[in-house]
Design a binder for this molecule. Sequence first.
Ligand SMILES: [Zn+2]
Length: 446
Amino acid sequence: MHKIYSFGYLIKVLILYISLLSGSAYGEVRYVIAISIDGGRGDLIKGFIESAPAEFPNFKRLRELSASTFNARCDYTESITIPDHLCMLTGRPVRRPAGLPATVQHGIISDAPAPPETVHNSGLLPGTYKASIFDVVHDRGFGTALYMGKTRLQICERSWNSVNGAPDTVGVDNGRNKLDIRLISEAVGTATSDMVAGFVGTIKNSTLKNFTIFQIADTDYAGHSEGWTSANGLYRTTMRVADGWLGQILDAVFNNPALAGKTAILLTADHGGGTPATSHSDATNATNYTIPFMFFAPGISGGSNIYDYFDNRFEPGASAPDYTNPRQPMRNGDVANLSAALLGFPTVPGSLMIPELKKPLTIIHGSDTATISWPLYLTGYTLETTDELVTGTWTTVISGVIESNYQNTYTIASPSRVRFFRLRKPTDPASSPLKATIRTGKQLSR
Ligand SMILES: [Zn+2]
């Protein structure tokens, strides 16, 4: 006798089969590349992309693949290279904002710190260790890299080297030196193109570190030389060269299948420029504090607004909110903790700037199934389920999660009764907020 199997039955078998094969296959981000375009003024880069896309194909490409804004902010009090790069690495403001703890600043206001100055032993808060995104990543046994185009930025590696980095007290001892690759060469002649070639080589041969910061300094020097302007001149032509370097990095990432669905790219700037015409030191001027922030990651909708992705970041209009304003803009200082979040790590100890990614959990009902999904960039979150919201126990969904179209998806059959799902990090309290919770099935009357 033949038994006729229903289509629904076959789907269930298929789902079970995929579940068994995949085990716990939560997709996640493993690599973050943060690119700093020194002196990259937000409105000018936006104008270049929109008015001359053929001239700036790679800024345009990254924008089309990213959630972005050209109206992010640098530090509130300083719009200069060294202090703002230290914001990116530590997630701290340069100076202590009024009303916040004295230990919250990184305190480096000098734009030319010299040996033996580090972020820990000099500036406005000497004697306090300031951890960085390098600490967070390296202490967990992951790789880090720093490429920079101004020798004045050596404080960024000197502060976290084998002498000045903190002892690693997280799990296995990975040492005090928090940097696996450090390359700092003054951006003259072919220095930056050589540095790009070296970095691109690591992407191509799959030795890319888990967190990289790559600074392009030439653009800033061009602004100092001939001013920050969209006119045909040195700033524009240098930005075109930077576009080419960006293109080499993007090509290398997108041509390496091992990085697909595992790589995030952040692009921002330390500051803008143009007031006065060939400088940028006045942090109260919009030309100087307006910077881009592009955020590419698996699960991000290309060409979208970055402000749609965070619970606690808000488009600032023309204003420059200070750090005590409840409506914080995206800042270059968000690089540290956005990178930590994307890699599934805790925030940088002592940091202030903590952008909170929204936790979208969506459900699609099929005829006999319900499919729950969330974007891959929510690294480290696991799906939990319960039948009873008030008194029930949440259990982790171990198997059956598959990676599909840059989402993690989990399909259940016949969700006729109510079941609740939420995303949670292991480090979240058991009673963590239910904002990412959804309900499947119909509420039965009782
Ligand atoms: Zn400058």
